[in-house]
Design a protein around this ligand. Sequence first.
Ligand SMILES: [Zn+2]
Length: 294
Amino acid sequence: MFSLPNDIEHVYSPLGRCLYCDATDVLGKEHVLAKSLGGRKIVPRASCAKCGTMTSEFERTVARTMLGPMRMYFDIDSRRRDERPEKLPLKVKLRANGDWSYIDVDRKLYPFLILFPLLNMPGELAGRSADKDQTAKCASFWIRAASFELGIHEHTEMLAQSLKVAAIMPEGRAEVDAFARMLAKVGHSFATAELEGKNFRPATINVIRNANARNALQFVGGSPHSEPTGSTLHDIDFVYVRHDPTLVLVHIRLFAVLGTPTYLVAAGRCDDPEFVGRSSPPADAPITGTQRVS
Ligand SMILES: [Zn+2]
């Protein structure tokens, strides 16, 4: 079975308050990126029960609906293997000139598409004002076809023959709203844990807490630079903006090892001298990629 690398576990100091509502009693640990996606950064005592339920709701949408087949494909978070459906609905044409319909096929044979939304730079970074309607809409996607064996074309041909259907259309789903909220949560929890005690002022809590956050793309977006395939499963760190040194910008690349798009979260502001001091890259350096500090 093909497998992905695991990231190294990192446990921060306990936070002692909820990341999302500042409650201080009965706190559970919070994963910066959900465990179900292979996240290994943990903030102890950082999430109340109510907010834990809220974040796990959109994380579940991303992990199951959007990246479910991919998690099965790469066997991510295999502790919950028993909960996985045995069969998945596959779009097929039973006859060459017929309509598309669905049949259930064994998940081990299921060909699928991996979709990641391609987002513009966050408004905070691009200098856009926040009052425009910026619901997390997305017109284009990074798409990869995947199958559990062979190439995707050989696989769908072989599968069409064995299922006795005329054609197969691999599908994928992107839940852009849930995905944007999840990115905001990753950026927020990472920045809060990393900058604890440094007067970090978060900006994305409303995006995380509000399912209809109309200004999500003011804080969550993508990078115009495409990056080479990464060597780690996920890549989460700060990037620094020379002309705006107090902006806390978190660079997030989920499944970097697959060559996925880069996301940026304008998580808030911090004018701690140590943080601002790190944001003086060489002149003409690009916004991302060359000035990262892990
Ligand atoms: Zn809370």
